[in-house]
Design a binder for this molecule. Structure first.
Ligand SMILES: Cc1ncc(COP(=O)(O)O)c(C=O)c1O
Length: 400
């Protein structure tokens, strides 16, 4: 009844076709084309006397171990990213924590991108060192030599974010994975800013690929989720231990919503990227601008690497700053009409946040950021309308 009806999908077709068809199950009961939502915490245990592993992840026993809606989403993500296997979690942070708790132990050392999501930062700056005696070195992972210098005999995990949140720096995955593997360590890559059909970290040598599915994968700003992808051995370990025993599993309803969002990811990414490039070019030329980093602009420090990794679609994330003082920055936020001042990213609508110069994270950032800056997640609106919104906001602030 639950057999995958599209097993050929993995190999033969393009991303948008995979996004629609991969993972879809054949519903013999009613012939439904769309996946039903299996809102059940338990499954009936077979009464034929066959042995049952109550903590097993391969049969339907309990929804913390396995759930059909999770499985459909996992299959679709594997087909899109080329991963062998995938585990989905209740949030991006649950996915990150699962990896960190499984692959670096007391007394061992981890190397982490200094520009990284705030929960990653806090876990590695405070909780893992203080509670579990894990040693950590933060490095600028866009500088491969800095990563090399940080490697110690007991380094077991290198965790990079690429593009980095919020500054969009791109790290060289091939070079970092070589040096990581030479040391017997694992490389995990949080590629949330790019999504699963862009950089393909696993194909470039990473062992683990992580996404907050709350962002581009779902894309509609209405569900939290996270995923970890890798080979069968790594993902089985994650499922059997982190998923079943830490318990941050994705609900069937959120799995269904995210699966639905994922069906349009390739066409959404094209629009996010096209609109972001036009807006980035406008911001770069504007006399109101102090600086801008967008991987699609020639002025981005790792533009050449981004070109190779992102194949002309540079996602919708950019970091920039405008001239003027803090009052001007606040006025600018309040003057935007189409763009909403809100955290999160990867949604259909454009969202913006400001990192002020007193933020405790900025001391670790490249100098250009230390005066504060905006992070913009460009949505799916028309580029001309967003440019007009910026134009009127710059005018209100007296910047043009
Ligand atoms: C790069 C990155 N990783 C992980 C996360 C955490 O994801 P979630 O909010 O789904 O827990 C975020 C959230 O913004 C993020 O930007």
């Amino acid at each position: 009844m639950y057999q995958n009806r599209r097993s050929f999908i993995k190999y033969n077709v393009k991303a948008q076709t995979k996004a629609i068809h991969a993972g879809a199950r054949k519903d013999d009961a009613f012939g439904a084309i769309n996946e039903p939502i299996y809102m059940t915490s338990n499954y009936r245990i077979p009464t034929d006397g066959s042995p049952v592993d109550w903590s097993g992840i391969n049969s339907n026993i309990y929804a913390r171990n396995r759930n059909i809606n999770q499985a459909v989403l996992q299959d679709k993500l594997c087909a899109l990213s080329g991963a062998e296997d995938c585990a989905v979690f209740s949030s991006g942070v649950a996915a990150l924590a699962a990896v960190f708790m499984m692959f670096v132990k007391t007394g061992e050392h981890a190397i982490v991108s200094e520009v990284c999501y705030s929960a990653t930062n806090i876990l590695f700056r405070k909780i893992l060192p203080e509670n579990y005696n894990i040693q950590v070195t933060f490095v600028d992972s866009t500088d491969t030599e800095a990563v090399r210098k940080a490697i110690r005999p007991n380094t077991k995990l290198v965790h990079i974010e690429t593009p980095g949140n919020p500054t969009t720096g791109i790290s060289n995955i091939e070079e970092i994975s070589n040096m990581t593997h030479n040391n017997g360590a694992l490389l995990s890559v949080d590629a949330t800013f790019a999504g699963p059909i862009s950089i393909y970290p696993l194909k470039r040598g990473a062992d683990i690929e992580i996404h907050s599915m709350t962002k581009y994968i779902n894309g509609h700003g209405d569900a939290l989720g996270g995923c970890v992808m890798g080979n069968k051995e790594i993902i089985e370990l994650i499922k059997e231990n982190a998923m079943v025993n830490f318990g941050g599993v994705l609900s069937p309803f959120n799995a269904w919503l995210i699966n639905r969002g994922l069906t349009t990811l390739p066409i959404r990414m094209k629009q996010h990227s096209a609109v972001a490039l036009k807006l980035a070019e406008y911001i770069e030329k504007s006399p109101a601008t102090r600086f801008i980093w967008y991987p699609g602009l020639k002025s981005h420090p790792q533009h050449e690497l981004a070109k190779e990794y992102m194949c002309g679609e540079y996602s919708g994330m950019l970091a920039f700053d405008i001239k003027g003082d803090e009052k001007t920055h606040t006025k600018f936020l309040n003057s935007l009409e189409l763009v909403t001042h809100a955290v999160s990213l990867g949604d259909i609508e454009s969202l913006i946040v400001y990192y002020d110069k007193n933020s405790d994270k900025l001391p670790h950032y490249p100098d250009i950021y230390k005066e504060g800056f905006f992070r913009l997640s460009v949505g799916l609106e028309d580029a001309e309308d967003l440019i007009a919104d910026f134009e009127q906001a710059f005018k209100k602030c007296g910047l043009i």
